[in-house]
Design a protein around this ligand. Structure first.
Ligand code: LLP
Length: 438
């Protein structure tokens, strides 16, 4: 029996070779681990490009006036930015750092969209000076700051207002953003959103282009999108005589991906169909012209393209209770299991044709009992030095990584057609001490 229960959570190019080794982008994962060391993050270029194309095509077919914008927080990296730009996607950034990276990666300023609930004066000044496409306003404080910056620089900035529609997207509470009790956006229900429209439309340096409402991340249901779209567009219609023309509308990103063999999120086409049909029908009902549609996938572009490779080390058997199999990474490079109780699959990359008869809990190497990557997973029996591969790790692992326990962050390689190249080098001990001052 092949130890491959969840092929659909691996990158598109994944195969198993004659030796029973896992192969991604034509590269043997076991060889990549020896060449670059572990922990190693492997990103499959074809999967990234395929997913960019799928989003672009799915939305364009149903709604020609649409633009896909990559949520770069999912994995902000220069080489990835170049691919995203090459695929004609825009970039959503949430900090001065992500803005600098998007720019350095070649993203045209007009295709950059800046989000965040507390952008600083400096960040906003950088954005206005660069002439970025849109700033998505999230607070009254930000309206004042932007107005001041516009006055000082004598520039007019195109903006969207982020509204909060009070819709529960049924995901982990830490990544739910469109409910009333959220730090993000102007609540429609409290009247704040209407006040924000009034303030922005009366500002001489802000040009209101439309509305944004991202309701959460890793969503598996279509209904919350539909509800949020209806509430936001109804609000736009109510604001027509207050000076709001909905030239553009963004329901954000948040499209769920499969992490485990039991996950079956809607396809990109299903997300596209639900969103576009709701926008079209709501606009028709309210007699509004169709806005340009902005879609912001992050995880669903890069997540499925990534596989993390670790080397096995210590094994601790607690008879009748549990077997801990420790690997050389953990919560430092993937905080998601500890932070969101996220589940993952794992395979032994050098034993893909061996029966998975060994039930283990994969533990990280960090000095925390909560540093568990996967609870109770069936693997091929391992010895120290085997390579464990965890799929669906392209998003929110490296960007949320830390140097906890003075651990260097892993190397990231991009694979394609049998070749591999480093797109983020492994950190060194010198890197770890570089910012300390005696
Ligand atoms: N647009 C906005 C305004 C966002 O805040 C986000 C994500 C996205 C788009 C992209 O969402 P995505 O398509 O990637 O779900 N660290 C968490 C996810 C945080 C998402 C933050 N905002 C995780 O590891 O699950």
């Amino acid at each position: 029996m092949l130890n491959f229960p969840a092929k659909h959570v691996f990158p598109d190019t994944t195969t198993i070779n004659d030796k029973g080794h896992l192969v991604i982008g034509g590269c043997n994962v076991t060889d990549l681990a020896s060449k670059y060391g572990t922990p190693l993050y492997i990103i499959d270029e074809d999967t990234v490009r395929n997913r960019c194309t799928s989003f672009r095509v799915a939305f364009k077919e149903l709604y020609p006036d649409s633009q896909i914008i990559y949520g770069s927080k999912a994995f902000a990296n220069l080489a990835i930015t170049k691919i995203i730009v090459d695929e004609k996607l825009g970039l959503d950034v949430v900090s001065g750092g992500e803005l600098a990276l998007a720019s350095a990666g070649g993203a045209p300023s007009k295709n950059i969209y800046f989000h965040g609930n507390n952008k600083s004066r400096q960040e906003l000044t950088e954005a206005v000076s660069l002439g970025i496409g849109r700033i998505i306003i999230d607070s009254f404080y930000e309206i004042d700051l932007l107005e001041e910056i516009g006055y000082q620089t004598n520039k007019t900035q195109d903006v969207l207002i982020r509204v909060s529609p009070a819709v529960d997207p049924h995901t982990h509470s830490y990544i739910s953003t469109g409910i009333l009790d959220s730090k993000f956006g102007f609540a429609i229900g409290t009247g704040d959103a209407a006040l924000a429209v009034k303030k922005v439309t009366s500002s001489p340096h802000l040009n209101l282009m439309g509305l944004h409402c991202h309701i959460g991340s890793q969503l598996f249901e279509l209904d919350p999108y539909k509800k949020a779209i209806r509430v936001a567009i109804k609000f736009a219609s109510d604001m027509r005589d207050k000076g709001l023309t909905l030239y553009e509308f963004s329901p954000g990103g948040g499209f769920g991906i499969a992490y485990t063999k039991d996950d079956s999120p809607p396809s990109i086409t299903e997300f596209a169909s639900a969103i576009t049909s709701e926008v079209l029908s709501t606009c028709e009902d309210l007699k509004l012209e169709h806005p340009k549609l902005l879609i912001e996938p992050g995880r669903s572009i890069i997540g499925p393209a990534g596989v993390a490779a670790y080397t096995t080390g210590a094994r601790k058997v607690i008879s009748g209770i549990r077997t801990y199999l420790s690997v050389d990474g953990g919560m430092g490079d993937n905080i998601r299991p500890a932070l969101y109780q996220a589940s993952y699959e794992a395979v032994v990359a050098n034993k893909m044709k061996t029966t998975s008869s060994d039930k283990v809990t994969i533990a990280g190497k960090y000095c925390e009992s909560g540093d568990i990557l996967i609870n109770d997973v069936n693997l091929a029996p391992t010895e120290p030095g085997d390579i464990i591969a965890i799929p669906a790790t392209g998003a929110y692992c490296i960007p949320m990584s830390s140097n906890y326990n003075m651990s260097p962050r892993p190397c990231v390689v991009l694979v394609k057609d049998g070749s591999s190249r480093v797109i983020r080098r492994r950190e060194t001990y010198e890197d770890l001490m570089a910012f300390d001052v005696i």
